[in-house]
Ligand binder design. Structure first.
Ligand code: SF4
Length: 435
């Protein structure tokens, strides 16, 4: 069969789509682009915003218009939250929740045999079983994502993910290590361990497993040169944890610590479980123990009730702690969350102004961070040919500075090469490889 995927949302979803594609390939099927005529369309949905739901519905309709005889399977977060709504959309044959993706081939085959709509959505809030999906072949053999954790029990007031992804569950440590070995044998140099709330890794497992313990194991795998972790809760970083991490030679000095707001009152309404002073301490400790550390973050502006006074507090806090990159998001109410029902929703124009102010601050801080590396020699893992800059190849330093260097051909892709960094150009730096 010809099978086409559409993926919405986060990196975890992208990982799971890759893994589902491999399951079809193993059974002898072919993966084709979503805009072609396929026998099976799989839409891996996102529900993090109302827009995610809308886009998911658009993809379902697009698939139906392409081939009305195709099998249409809708999987993922939106299916988990609203299975009835999805199953009533014309043309939808299969609806699977977030913990049923590993059986996708089975359900497609069953539908073809029985021609009866299938809805399989488990109660994820009480399910602590990790839905094991693996990836063995990647398009680019430089860095590989590895999903080791699913679910979240934090219940931030603006977020629906704990209901879509369910209770915390973790990939068995033995399987994590086996998969990292396999990826190293396939030539990968860098592993990015990811999850929905990765700081909770091991929470429900026997044997006192936690993120630090699994990182230590991954750090011992030969062939892997770099380890990164996805976006992580700042409360994970106690001083002891930071000291432990600073002794892992493959751990990259780059952490994405979601802050969301630099004002304690706003953080409280968001139900984030830290204060700005705790966040500041984490940043200071990371800088104290880890050389060349880069700390990046996400910020939401215009959260319900955010006054000028509160926004200014965020602005001043961000100016003070000088992170190396910030992703700025304008708050958009997600129906079904506490925040969507809060009084004092912020006007769209005010959100625009605040977001603009923070984007400007980010540009300044990002540039300031990169300028410190002018003239420095850094190890760069080259990943691909630059699409916008003819004759250049691009890669990342351990602390996640994007670097563009001139090369004659692509034999150096997948290699870590010492590179002298020159000037800063918006979001990247130019470099020269020192052979
Ligand atoms: S930590 Fe908060 S924002 Fe992140 S997935 Fe959990 S509830 Fe959502």
């Amino acid at each position: 069969m010809k099978v086409a995927f559409a993926t919405l949302g986060c990196r975890v979803n992208m990982y799971e789509t890759e893994a589902m594609s491999e399951l079809f390939i193993k059974e002898g099927h072919e993966i084709i682009p979503f805009n072609k005529i396929a026998d099976v369309y799989i839409i891996n949905t996102c529900t993090v915003t109302n827009m995610g739901d809308k886009k998911s519905r658009q993809m379902i309709n697009r698939a139906r218009r392409k081939n009305e005889n195709a099998v249409i399977a809708v999987v993922g977060c939106y299916s988990q939250i609203a299975p009835k709504e999805i199953s009533s959309i014309e043309g939808v044959d299969i609806v699977l929740g977030t913990r049923n993706k590993s059986k996708i081939v089975h359900y497609v085959n069953r539908f073809i045999e029985e021609k009866k709509q299938i809805i399989k959505v488990d109660d994820v809030l009480h399910n602590k079983i990790f839905d094991d999906l693996n990836i063995e072949e990647y398009q680019y053999k430089t860095r590989a994502f590895l999903k080791i954790q699913d679910g979240c029990n934090r219940f931030c007031s603006y977020c629906l993910i704990p209901y879509a992804r369910g209770a915390v569950c973790s990939k068995e440590p033995k399987k994590v290590i086996e998969e990292v070995h396999k990826l190293a044998e396939h030539g990968f140099k860098e592993i990015i361990l990811s999850g929905i709330h990765i700081a909770s890794y091991g929470f429900e497992l026997k044997g006192n497993w936690n993120l630090i313990k699994i990182l230590e194991e991954v750090n011992n795998v030969e062939g892997i040169e770099r380890i990164r972790i996805g976006s992580i809760d700042p409360t994970f970083f106690t001083e002891d944890v930071i000291k432990n991490i600073s002794h892992m030679d493959k751990m990259c000095p780059h952490f994405h610590l979601s802050l969301q707001s630099g004002c304690d009152e706003t953080l409280k309404r968001m139900n984030r479980r830290y204060s700005t002073s705790e966040y500041r301490t984490v940043v200071q400790n990371l800088r104290k123990h880890i050389k060349d550390i880069s700390i990046t973050t996400d910020i939401i502006v215009g959260f319900p009730g955010e006054t000028d006074y509160e926004f200014n507090k965020t602005y001043e806090f961000l100016k003070e702690i000088e992170l190396s990159k910030m992703h700025i998001f304008k708050y958009s109410p997600r129906s079904g969350t506490k925040a969507a029902k809060m009084q004092c929703q912020v006007d769209g124009k005010v959100k625009d102004i605040r977001s603009h102010k923070l984007i400007e601050l980010n540009e300044k801080l990002e540039k300031q961070f990169m300028q410190k590396y002018i003239g420095r020699n850094m190890e760069v893992l080259y990943e691909q040919k630059s699409k916008e800059h003819e004759g250049y190849y691009e890669g990342y330093t351990p602390n996640y500075i994007r670097v563009l260097s001139k090369m004659n051909d692509d034999v150096f892709i997948g290699k870590v090469l010492p590179t002298k960094l020159h000037n800063v150009d918006k979001e990247f730096m130019y470099g020269t490889i020192n052979f």
